[in-house]
Design a binder for this molecule. Structure first.
Ligand code: AMP
Length: 215
């Protein structure tokens, strides 16, 4: 099964993608993660994308479509893919449709994770991860049991926060979501692939809602 998780920053797309990956063996394709890896590795794409991402603006369609096109060449995508953070524009959605078509793959569902703006900023600005294993935490909702120690891997090596998880970038990211990405809701609705879940619910509840709409 190939699906898109669609929703504003902080809706929980990455969290749910990781659940689906672990539970169903699907592969998470997060353009945000791929771009952050490119920034960390200092590649040409990473150097171009760094400041754009920190501001909360969108990287060009050409770059992200290229990244996804290359990734879809790999064998592991045959077991099913979760697109997380892609597509984000109508041009990307058209390109994805064409790419899947040429590779003989089908888009089974687009799951819109609808969320209230008021929860998004708080969710995003307070989140951080373990620098070693990547386990996710939140300043208000999920603190490590022991301060400065990762619950999952026991690392004391420190936590990190994304450069764009601050209030100013988040405002830009939200604006870009409404301007460029939310038209995809109508686009996929017209293609009869859209399903909507309540992304403000707690993690397990959202997981159950997604399982239901995909069944
Ligand atoms: P994310 O991890 O999905 O929140 O993405 C982080 C940042 O990466 C975004 O704010 C954009 O700057 C960039 N990015 C990720 N995916 C895309 C995309 N599909 N199109 C354009 N920019 C993207």
């Amino acid at each position: 099964m190939n699906i898109i998780l669609l929703g504003p920053p902080g809706a929980g797309k990455g969290t749910q993608a990781r659940v689906l990956e672990e539970r169903d063996g699907m592969v998470q394709l997060s353009t945000g993660d791929m771009l952050r890896a490119a920034v960390a590795a200092g590649t040409e794409v990473g150097q171009q994308a760094k400041a754009i991402m920190e501001r909360g603006d969108l990287v060009t369609d050409e770059v992200v479509i290229g990244i996804i096109s290359d990734r879809l060449e790999e064998d592991d995508v045959k077991g099913g893919v979760i697109f997380d953070g892609f597509p984000r524009t109508l041009a990307q959605a058209d390109a994805l449709g064409a790419l899947l078509g040429t590779k003989g793959l089908k888009l089974d569902a687009v799951v819109e994770m609808r969320c209230d703006d008021s929860v998004l900023v708080e969710r995003v600005v307070g989140r951080f991860t373990c620098g070693k294993c990547g386990e996710g935490y939140h300043r208000s909702f999920k603190k490590p049991a022991k301060e400065d120690v990762c619950d999952k891997c026991g690392s004391t090596g420190g936590f990190k926060q994304r450069a764009d998880d601050n209030e100013e970038s988040m405002r830009t990211r939200l604006l870009n979501y409404y301007k460029d990405t939310s038209p995809l809701i109508g686009y996929y609705h017209a293609k009869d692939t859209l399903q909507t879940v309540d992304g403000t619910a707690d993690i397990d509840d959202v997981t159950a809602q997604i399982a239901k709409v995909l069944s």
